[in-house]
Design a protein around this ligand. Structure first.
Ligand code: NAP
Length: 375
């Protein structure tokens, strides 16, 4: 696997149903829209494996908002006090599943599955107690990003399927094996597999997409890679959460890429939208691939959520999400994601925001811009 692949991996209302039905997003609209009233499901008992990290809380909030009863299962390491009123079972995906025994739920959301053996263990244990298994996979499951992809595109493989170390190289192929484990145990008719791309929005602890937005909001000369027409594809965690809830309520089975429209958004639009949300005098300095490679910017996390057009990863933002949209998934405008991301960022303590976890420091950026100008 090449270095670019490693870079990529280092990848209420009544939700989608209401939006698909053309209903307005308000409490009033929900009572006025017969389509919505008709599909309002009975409250369900839902087990969430890993509900306290980044995307889990978005799902838990959406499920609670819809009136479902949620049970969390995790080790108690991340945000252990986030949902004091939600039942929490403590255990570890790695052979410490006792807390799950003897219980019944209507559906399980597996949001913490990385190692196939552990995913198979939980699927085996839950099969007789939970009729529907929804597994959060990743677009990293695909073997290559050198062409446009859909759910039938070739998947990554592991030379040694017993390997359990999650690395940039193994993350995607291990997700493939996790998907396979769930499907073998539960059967395709009882399994939902979602393959999100970069999940970007409020709460993102990786700072990959956030880097561009936060940096652009500060203004000044700013390093941008490649061209303003280079494509970018994300999924807002709240849109993913809405679709997860729809899948559970409507028993939507199958495999779905969860992404914004392929090729429909660009790095240039990201800059424009950030400027619209947080006006600042930014002068973009678009740097070509030769300069980027000379300065080894592809070998670090300096240019997150970007891959050179024409490279082996060049079509990473051309993953089709049409199947999920046909099933009811709705993408909010990315401008809204940017606005809410910046609002969330402003609530964080200075010790968290002073050093971003992706991108580059102001000093490094200034150094590179100076070198670019004198090349
Ligand atoms: N973030 C993205 O851009 C992205 C993109 C595509 C796919 N995904 C997938 O989305 C899922 C969630 O990602 P995330 O970023 O929200 O993850 P995260 O922030 O790391 O959260 C992981 C959750 O799982 C729990 N957990 C982790 N290891 C566990 C273990 N051994 N036993 C029991 N619970 C465990 C954690 O709680 P404790 O630590 O307390 O146990 C936490 O609640 C993952 O499957 C990931 O592969 C993420």
């Amino acid at each position: 696997m090449d270095k670019n692949r490693r870079r990529l991996i280092q990848a209420g209302l009544v939700g989608g149903t209401a939006l698909a039905a053309g209903c307005v997003q308000s409490e009033k609209a929900a009572t006025e829209c017969p389509e919505v009233a008709k599909v309002k499901p009975e409250p369900m008992k839902i087990l969430v494996l890993g509900g306290t990290g980044y995307i889990g809380p978005h799902m838990v909030r959406e499920l609670l908002r819809r009136g479902h009863e949620v049970t969390l299962f995790n080790r108690g390491k991340r945000n252990a006090d986030l949902f004091p009123d939600v039942e929490t079972l403590v255990g570890d995906r790695d052979s410490q599943l006792e807390a799950l025994r003897g219980r019944q739920w209507d559906a399980v959301v597996d949001n913490s599955g990385y190692v196939p053996r552990m995913v198979r263990e939980s699927a085996d244990l839950l099969k007789s107690a939970v009729p529907h298994y929804l597994f959060i996979s990743s677009i990293s499951a695909y073997a290559k990003f050198d062409q446009e992809l859909d759910e039938n595109s070739p998947l990554g493989t592991m030379p040694d399927e017993t390997v359990e170390d999650v690395t940039g190289e193994t993350y995607g192929p291990m997700k493939v094996l996790c998907e396979k484990a769930v499907t073998e145990v539960y059967g395709a008719a009882n399994t939902t597999i979602l393959r999100p791309t970069y999940i970007c929005g409020p709460g993102d602890h990786t700072d990959r997409f956030s880097y561009w937005v936060v940096r652009a909001s500060k203004g000044g000369e700013m390093l941008w890679p490649g061209s303003s027409t280079d494509a970018l594809q994300i999924i807002d965690p709240r849109d993913l959460a809405l679709f997860v809830a729809d899948c559970l309520e409507q028993r939507i089975n199958g495999i779905y890429n969860t992404v914004t429209p392929k090729g429909g958004y660009t790095m240039g639009r990201l800059l424009q939208d950030t400027q619209a949300v947080a006006p600042s005098a930014v002068t973009p300095i678009w740097m070509d691939l030769e300069f980027i490679e000379q300065n080894k910017l592809l070998e670090s996390n300096s240019l997150p959520t970007w891959a050179p057009a024409g490279s082996e990863e060049g079509k990473w933002a051309y993953v089709s999400g049409e199947r999920a949209v046909a099933a009811g998934m709705v993408n909010r405008p990315i401008r809204e994601t940017i606005r809410d991301l910046l609002d969330w960022w402003k609530t964080l303590p200075e010790e968290r925001t002073s050093t971003m976890r992706a991108g580059m420091t102001a000093e490094r950026e200034a150094e590179l811009i100076a070198a670019w100008k004198t090349r």
